[in-house]
Design a protein around this ligand. Structure first.
Ligand SMILES: Nc1ncnc2c1ncn2[C@@H]1O[C@H](COP(=O)(O)OP(=O)(O)OP(=O)(O)O)[C@@H](O)[C@H]1O
Length: 262
């Protein structure tokens, strides 16, 4: 069974088309890098797969079901997370929230088994040592890793990540990309990762989709990240180059969200 199957998927907001006529399939364990300029529809596609947005035509199946019927199998890590940093939560409490919300209730006291899972997840992302630190006092890269741990606590089969590297400095990008690599290698969870900068993630991508409201290209990194295809979206200065067998995309599209660092 396909993890995601979209056929002629068109996504609308109040009747206006944001994403048009997208067809693709994703197999179990694959990682899809979803690439496209500002306003291309990356977040829209991700949120529709997560069943947060439901105005669409065409076919969309997640694990062979309607997206809203597959919700318990999906974890979604939003772009600018909505965690209220004024609430003094520790890293461990933030991770545990992933298990609590999934169970559909809010406890004042976090159940022991959820705390234990949260500790394991924090260890997995290499942050066991900061479990009692306040989330708001962590670095940008550490915060993003905590959010990854939070997404893992509910044992998802599909992980949807919206711009996990944005607003991070280059060394934090590498730190987070390494954790994403570990998730892929050790847990085999299917992932869809939206990004403006494909370079730090390119080794993870089994498939790449280039979206610009319409599907420009979908396939392996070698198939999609070709000079002519990249130029058709990002203009004549954009380039795809291969250096020592590794692909790099120079697209001059850095998309800074502000914030960043601490
Ligand atoms: N809630 C909404 N209501 C109406 N239109 C929306 C809404 N969210 C997004 N859009 C529109 O849908 C289109 C795609 O936006 P989306 O945020 O999915 O693109 P994106 O590729 O994720 O962009 P970015 O890289 O800037 O985050 C844009 O034209 C945007 O204005």
């Amino acid at each position: 069974m396909k993890v995601v199957k979209a056929e002629n998927l068109t996504i609308l907001y109040d009747g206006q088309r944001a994403v048009e006529d997208v067809t693709f399939e994703l197999d179990d364990g694959e990682t899809l890098l979803l690439l496209g300029p500002n306003g291309a529809g990356k977040t829209t596609l991700l949120r529709t797969i997560a069943a947060f947005h439901r105005e669409y035509t065409g076919k969309l199946e997640v694990f062979g079901r309607k997206p809203e019927e597959a919700k318990e199998l999906i974890s979604y890590v939003p772009q600018s997370h909505v965690l209220n940093e004024r609430v003094p939560l520790t890293a461990l409490e933030v991770v545990a929230m992933g298990g609590i919300y999934r169970k559909g209730f809010i406890h004042f006291k976090i159940p022991k088994e959820i705390l234990q899972k949260a500790e394991e997840a924090l260890g997995f992302v290499g942050l066991a040592h900061v479990k009692d630190k306040l989330f708001r006092e962590l670095s940008g890269g550490q915060k993003q890793r905590v959010l990854l741990a939070r997404a893992l606590v509910s044992d998802p089969k599909l992980l949807l990540l919206d711009e996990p590297l944005s607003a991070l400095d280059p060394s934090a990008r590498v730190e987070v990309a390494n954790v994403l690599g570990k998730i892929k290698r050790e847990s085999g969870i299917t992932m869809i990762i939206t990004t403006h900068d494909v370079n730090p993630l390119i080794d993870l991508g089994d498939k790449v989709m280039l979206l610009n409201r319409r599907l420009i290209a979908f396939g392996t990194p070698d198939e999609v990240l070709q000079d002519t295809i990249i130029k058709s979206v990002y203009g004549p200065l954009a380039k795809a180059v291969k250096i020592e067998d590794r692909l790099y995309c120079i697209i001059g599209d850095t998309h800074i969200h502000g914030g960043g660092g601490r």
